[in-house]
Design a protein around this ligand. Structure first.
Ligand code: SF4
Length: 368
């Protein structure tokens, strides 16, 4: 059997299995392209269980494309907070505005048209076109590539762009024209619940086991083949968590690049001791008057890892270029999860100060 023949053979048993075992998800069965699109963007690198509360909250606040196009950026980021990769939320809104302003509110209904939306790649275009519009195109994400590589015992590197293009061609031919959306969702479900990643497929309960070449060859756990990724760059940062009169100070990140447009605690490169940190605070016109706590933090992005040293510190001074926020104001700002440990410490310190009735600058002597 060729690879194509293997993949052509999966539709019938896969769809029969799906009819009995499909996951009941709020965006399914609606035929609403907006819901399918938002759910697929949220699900990128995030598990279904984690996405569900975000999805429900989002749909209550932004039930359609027009609402998404009109929402203010801070509110948009707040709805996305915790899902990471804020550029996705930004692209969702850009695409919604394109639909409203350039397409007269008509949602693009073909794979080719969907691909023109910001933030929509081959996978998302395939998912929306097949699920919401019945177009016979594949939606080949990592889950689907894994199942396909195992079923057809493909030993080539699935991270290679040429190999991925080849997979897309195979899957394009394997999608049944009468049920393309169900076929793609069935593959997603099988990849998420049976043909699991990291060498642990549950072949005993798999509807494709009798035709799975990877299983027959004893290679299921080793497939798909992926070359090693380049190591992440490590960056050390010293992060300041300034406190003054029940407030803390933050700054807004630039409108482009990593974590664009979000709020962050001021930081400088390197791992500074208190003396060097005091000098760095001086750049913002802040003077440390009590070092309260030193906290470590770590956050892993796709290409870079931040190793952070945080200083919770009482200060005096204006904080040039910084924005001061009290507890409620802080809760309304979208602060990326990279700073979540620091954010929790700052909120607790502000709340504890409020409980003690602090409303003036601390009177303790300078720490260093
Ligand atoms: S038989 Fe095993 S390896 Fe093959 S598709 Fe099913 S779960 Fe995956």
């Amino acid at each position: 059997m060729t690879t194509q023949e293997h993949l052509n053979a999966i539709a019938a048993p896969l769809l029969a299995w799906y009819d009995e075992n499909r996951r009941d998800l709020p965006w399914r069965g609606t035929g609403d392209p907006y819901k399918v699109w938002v759910s697929e963007i949220m699900l990128q690198q995030t598990r279904v269980a984690a996405v569900l509360p975000y999805y429900r909250r989002w749909m209550e606040a932004l039930p359609d494309v027009a609402a998404l196009a009109a929402v203010e950026e801070g509110r948009l980021f707040k709805l996305w907070e915790g899902l990471g990769y804020y550029s996705r939320a930004r692209n969702l809104q850009k695409a919604a505005r394109m639909i409203v302003q350039e397409l007269g509110g008509r949602f693009p209904s073909t794979y080719a048209e969907l691909l023109r939306l910001p933030g929509v790649g081959e996978y998302t275009a395939g998912a929306v076109a097949s699920i919401a519009f019945g177009e016979a195109v594949p939606a080949a994400d990592g889950n689907v590539l894994r199942v396909a590589a195992r079923v057809a015992a493909v030993e080539e590197d699935v991270l290679d762009p040429g190999v991925r293009r080849q997979f897309r061609q195979w899957m394009l031919e394997a999608v049944p024209p009468d049920r393309p959306g169900d076929f793609n969702q069935a593959l997603m479900d099988l990849g998420a619940t049976v043909c699991l990643p990291n060498g642990a497929p549950l072949c005993g309960g798999c509807p494709l086991s009798s035709l799975c070449a990877g299983r027959a060859a004893g290679r299921a756990a080793q497939l798909p083949v992926k070359r090693k990724k380049a190591a992440r760059r490590l960056e050390e940062l010293t992060v300041f968590l300034p406190l003054s009169q029940g407030r803390t100070a933050l700054r807004k990140r630039p409108d482009t690049g990593l974590l664009a447009g979000l709020w962050e605690f001021p930081h400088v490169p390197g791992r500074l001791d208190e003396a060097a940190a005091a000098a760095a605070l001086g750049e913002w016109g802040l003077v440390p008057i009590q070092w309260r706590q030193r906290l470590d933090g770590r956050h892993v992005f796709t290409h870079v890892e931040w190793r952070m040293t945080g200083y919770l510190v009482d200060v005096r001074g204006e904080g040039a270029g910084l924005t001061w926020a009290d507890g409620p104001a802080l809760s309304a700002l979208a602060v990326p999860s990279a700073f979540s440990r620091f954010l929790a410490a700052v909120k607790a310190a502000i709340a504890a100060g409020a409980d003690r009735g602090e409303d003036a600058e601390p009177s303790s002597p300078a720490g260093s």
